[in-house]
Design a binder for this molecule. Structure first.
Ligand code: SF4
Length: 356
């Protein structure tokens, strides 16, 4: 079976499936409704959904759009408020880039998002994927929206034998066939936003990474991977080297009023600009000198996996009787409940361990 010959039938079948089965998502306009979604909401959802599930992102999306209903509202927000509201979504560089993008839309574009892929890509903090997704979904542009889900679907439809990441250009080229057709000017139809979202839905609910439910798949008739009998073998992957492991110490300092000492992390680097617990360096041999003299208790350790390394944090806890020893410039004394809801996951886990 040559899936390249079946661009139009695959496209028609997937769009028909999307018309019937589209997921209901808070940032989405259902198929068949002749209203374009708000670009701000599309953009915000796409930024949140990178590396995050829809179920995890949905409450954050609701909270952000309730608190900052327009891009101008978000642009005017305090950095620290946005970073605190982002806590738990991970990949904090995205939140910083999101703010840069919002501020550029507000100040350079009168609060109106550019309506082309190139215009969106020119905004600070917006990468090729987000620009394509917003151009396609919010503005109906013929943009090639390719994320990990789309790569997987293309690798399977065409049984691509080149492993990732080397296969990326080929997978992108194959995905483009469905957007622009096989020849210049050969556009199958104009439902570009629906096509992008239909592919996302297919990858999320049917053509899943480990266990594709091919019996329910609207494009099974054209799928070469299914024909091999081992669809989940695709996409092939180059074996990754193991993640390096680092260690560190986290210091849980509480005062008599039940507050905990948090420290603002440097703007640059991992979790930059976020509030966290005071910690040592994270390395093979971290410095274990406590920030102040106190009766420190060993509270166990937590594990956390970042993109490029795994971290074991040994947690030490103490009640600080004499606050004079803790420089006020270095820490922010914060009620424990507030700290638990505002901290990035790695520090929330360490704080919970230190309180236990
Ligand atoms: Fe994915 Fe199976 Fe559908 Fe092929 S038939 S696209 S492997 S769900």
């Amino acid at each position: 079976m040559a899936a390249a010959d079946q661009i139009a039938p695959v496209r028609a079948a997937l769009l028909a499936w999307y018309d019937a089965e589209a997921r209901t998502l808070p940032w989405r306009t259902p198929p068949g409704v002749d209203v374009r979604p708000d670009p701000y909401r599309v953009w915000l959802s796409e930024v949140m959904l990178q590396q995050t599930t829809t179920a995890h992102a949905a409450p954050y999306f609701a909270a952000f759009t309730a608190r900052w209903p327009t891009v101008a509202d978000l642009a005017a927000a305090e950095d620290a408020d946005v970073m605190a509201a982002w806590a738990g979504l991970g990949y904090y560089a995205r939140a910083r880039n999101m703010l840069k993008g919002a501020r550029s839309v507000a100040s350079d574009h009168g609060g109106v998002f550019p309506d082309t892929e190139a215009g969106l890509l020119a905004l600070p903090g917006i990468g090729p994927y987000t620009a394509a997704a917003v151009a396609s979904i919010a503005f109906g542009r013929a943009a090639n929206v390719v994320d990990g889900n789309v790569e997987r679907v293309m690798a399977r439809l065409f049984a691509v034998e080149t492993p990732l990441p080397a296969a990326r250009p080929e997978l992108r080229r194959l995905a483009a066939l469905f957007v622009t057709g096989e020849r210049p000017g050969d556009r199958p139809d104009e439902r570009h936003g629906d096509w992008a979202q239909a592919l996302m839905d297919l990858g999320a609910v049917v053509c899943r990474p480990k266990s594709p439910t091919c019996g329910r798949c609207p494009v099974a008739f054209a799928c070469r991977a299914l024909a091999t009998g081992e669809p989940a073998r695709y996409p092939l992957k180059t074996k990754k080297a193991d993640r390096p492991r680092r260690r560190g110490l986290a210091w849980v300092m509480r005062d008599a009023a039940g507050r905990v000492a948090l420290a603002r992390r440097p703007d640059r680097g991992l979790l930059g600009g976020m509030l966290g617990l005071p910690t040592s360096d994270w390395s093979d041999a971290p410095d274990d000198a406590p920030p102040v003299a106190a009766d420190w208790r060993e509270a166990g350790a937590i594990e956390h996996v970042f993109t490029h390394f795994s971290l074991t944090l040994d947690v030490r806890a103490a009640v600080i009787g004499d606050l004079a020893g803790v420089a006020a410039d270095d820490v922010v004394w914060t009620p424990v409940e507030e700290a638990l809801s505002a901290l990035p996951t790695v520090f929330r886990k360490a704080l919970e361990r230190g309180l236990g």
